[in-house]
Design a protein. Structure first.
Length: 304
């Protein structure tokens, strides 16, 4: 199994820029990619902090991130109280008591930051939500993101979120469920796992080590996997995401209170470790392109 440096059509010009950003270790420049552990953390903090607060104003400085014009947004949420906040895949959904829901997607990364008093808010943001008690939060997208307003009766059919599958932190995400999910699938493992319609919340960042732990090449066909391999694949997903969650999520991503997580670059085994030795066999880790995304693999441990 040689080093496959597969050529990717330069269809999506954004991809190389993102992977370069991730590889730079300067934390300011490190790709801020929120995946399940980061989203779950922020959504939980938002739920605990915002429940019961009444919205005073929403400043939507970047209207194109929303489905609603700024003045209409303001009209529909003014005075409404926050009932609950939860996540669906990589989306954060905040339910208001007046039948509206705010749907937030961090896109390629964003700072979602709480402030106690208006004067202490961050300087730069595209969105600011101010509550009647003077507290609030700002959202600053580093690339693009979404901040939608969706009424209760349209929430289930909202195109952005309706097809997102359950995620590995859900109780229903058991080995039996996962095995049945893979049954009859013919796609490659990475393409399968990154598709939010199959499994919610996993992106490229944690993918590398999930596949390494599972001894799977990103292009391995699901239909060729044995029962034991599926079990190891499942265990690897759970281990990787739980490890990040235990460490307080990715270290280069701020939480709702501006604190960084404890999952530093050092915790990656092969992810972003190009040209370094494989921690298991010593073979040189390589980076390759598969269906438009970068993959880091050990060519000896992860064969097709
Ligand atoms: Zn190896």
């Amino acid at each position: 199994m040689g080093k496959k440096t597969s050529r990717t059509p330069a269809k999506n010009k954004q991809i190389p820029a993102i992977s370069i950003r991730i590889r730079i270790k300067d934390e300011k420049e490190t790709g801020k990619v929120a995946e399940l552990p980061e989203i779950v953390k922020i959504a939980g903090q938002m739920r605990d902090t915002l429940r019961g607060k009444s919205i005073h104003t929403v400043a939507l400085l970047q209207e194109k991130c929303s489905n609603v014009a700024a003045d209409e947004f303001q009209k529909r949420v003014a005075g409404a109280r926050v009932d609950d906040t939860w996540h669906k895949g990589k989306w954060i959904i905040t339910k208001l008591d007046n039948g509206e829901n705010i749907l937030l997607s961090l896109g390629m990364g964003a700072d979602v930051l709480y402030f106690e008093r208006e004067k202490s808010e961050p300087e730069k943001y595209q969105i600011k939500v101010l509550f009647s008690d003077g507290s609030g939060y700002t959202v600053r997208f580093c690339w693009f993101g979404k901040f939608l307003l969706i009424p209760d009766d349209k929430l289930a059919s909202e195109p952005n979120t309706k097809d997102i599958a359950i995620d590995p932190f859900s109780e229903e995400f058991t080995l039996e469920y996962f095995t049945s999910l893979l049954k009859g699938k013919r796609s490659q493992v990475k393409a399968f796992l990154i598709n939010q319609k199959n499994v919610g919340g996993i992106g490229n960042m944690y993918m590398h080590d999930i596949l390494f732990k599972a001894r799977l090449h990103p292009q391995r066909k699901i239909s060729d996997m044995s029962g034991d391999e599926i079990k190891l694949f499942y265990t690897s997903i759970m281990e990787q995401l739980n490890l990040s969650r235990e460490k307080g999520a990715f270290a280069y991503e701020k939480d709702f209170f501006g604190q960084k997580g404890g999952f530093t670059m050092d915790y990656f085994l092969v992810g972003y470790k190009e040209n370094q030795p494989c921690p298991d066999c010593g073979e040189t880790i390589v980076s390759m392109k598969t269906s438009g995304t970068s993959s880091f693999i050990c060519p000896a441990c992860q064969k097709i």
